[in-house]
Design a protein around this ligand. Structure first.
Ligand code: PLP
Length: 397
């Protein structure tokens, strides 16, 4: 059982049917390249969906993981561990926030933010403040609370009853947020750049307006930076791109570079909501995950590195914008989180690219998303663009 078809046959029989996967088994990766079980090479502009920010099998991360694995794997949160404390310090200092909570995924980080919000107001005897304003077209995860927070029917269908306490505003429309605020409103939760919803950036005025509304009404502002944080936009955190400070940030994806980790960062004030026993995770803040998180943040939170991300992002955006094809409507996003809006369904285009050795991902049916490793080489971007252009020539939508 060593070729794509044989391995997939067993997968189809025994792995739960929750994904419609491409018919390939990735067996190896290095930098921005991966190989399947048949030995075919691909340029990877997906990076595990914006996760492998320093590329596959990064030698530095391999060393960090090996060193930590030889010292200590797991102790639970009954005890302190050094990598967790170090990572908390790095993150809260870089984000100008107060405290970090660690978990294992983006959905869990958002769950933590939802629970912290409710408990923060509960502790101040404001039990009525339970509701969170979220946005249409957003994506916050697949747990019951986070599919409720997600403003897209397709993720909620068949899972009723959903959780009470979420109200859906129009993205980038401040007036629709204002209209939803009432005595029960506790927080506003937003992706600075909507990822799964189609790589849609918030406008600066929208983000500034949300901060102002939260200040005026005494609400917490939560930024879901699970996809757009950790250097993706060319800043360590997405909020720095907007120059607006949130009260809570959620992170995951790139924070472990491929090792599962999630984090919620909160201001010292908001963090007062949690006391021992209020929230927990067996694996959260595990030494292996945090050792990698430390290595990632050390690498990413560096002026030169972030400048390179911006430069490569601008370069890629320039090249994509320059493609002469009437089916491309626009290229949006920033840094190395870009989306090409197409006039028609992109599924067959993405499959054509894959057959030609280029991995891409959709963000909804009409947007082709580019989220390569942040340390990708310019010549690899050139190769990817060449393959993409050839695919466009052959593509019959
Ligand atoms: N929030 C955002 C903005 C995301 O893009 C995602 C995943 O795509 C999540 C939350 C959920 O993260 P996870 O799949 O790690 O639970």
């Amino acid at each position: 059982m060593d070729n794509n078809d044989d391995i997939i046959k067993q997968g189809l029989e025994q792995v739960m049917n929750t994904y419609s996967r491409f018919p390939m088994v990735i067996v190896e990766g290095r930098g921005a390249k991966v190989w399947d079980a048949n030995g075919k090479e691909y340029l990877d502009m997906v990076g595990g969906i914006a996760v492998c920010i320093l590329g596959h099998a990064n030698p530095y991360l391999n060393r960090v993981l090996k060193e930590q694995s030889e010292k200590l794997w797991h102790v639970s949160n009954l005890y302190w561990n050094k990598p967790q404390i170090e990572l908390a310090g790095k993150l809260v200092n870089a984000a100008n926030l107060g405290k970090a909570f660690f978990c294992n995924s983006g959905a869990e980080a958002n769950e933590a933010a939802i629970k912290l919000t409710r408990k923060y107001f509960y502790r101040q005897n404001m039990n009525n403040k339970t509701d969170i304003i979220v946005f249409k077209n957003s994506f916050h995860g697949r747990t019951m609370a986070t599919i409720t927070a997600t403003g897209q029917d397709k993720y909620q269908q068949g899972f009723a009853p959903l959780l009470p306490g979420f109200n859906y505003a129009e993205f980038n429309e401040l007036g629709s947020v204002e209209a939803l605020i009432n005595d029960k409103t506790a927080a506003i939760m937003v992706e600075p750049v909507q990822g799964e919803g189609g790589v849609l950036p918030s406008s600066a005025a929208f983000i500034e307006g949300l901060r102002k509304l939260c200040d005026e009404k005494g609400l917490l502002l939560i930024f879901d930076e699970v996809q757009c944080g950790v250097g993706r936009l060319g800043e360590c955190f997405a909020f720095q791109h907007y120059g607006v400070n949130p009260d809570i940030i959620t992170l995951a994806k790139g924070l472990g570079g491929g090792f599962p980790i999630g984090a919620m960062l909160a201001s010292n004030e908001a963090a007062k909501g949690f006391e021992p026993g209020d929230h927990a995770s067996t694996f959260g803040g595990n030494p292996l995950a945090c050792a990698l998180g430390n290595a990632i943040i050390e690498t990413v939170n560096n002026k030169d590195f972030l400048l390179q991300v911006k430069k490569k992002g601008d370069y890629l955006k320039g090249k994509l914008t320059g493609i002469d094809d009437a089916r491309i409507l626009n290229c949006r996003g920033m840094g190395l989180m870009l989306g090409l809006e197409m006039s028609c369904d992109n599924k067959s285009l993405i499959e054509l690219c894959r057959l030609k050795g280029l991995l891409l991902i959709g963000a909804g049916p009409m947007v082709v998303r580019w989220v390569p490793p942040l340390n990708i080489e310019t010549n690899e971007l050139d190769q990817a663009i060449e393959i993409f252009k050839q695919a466009l020539v052959e593509w019959k939508d």
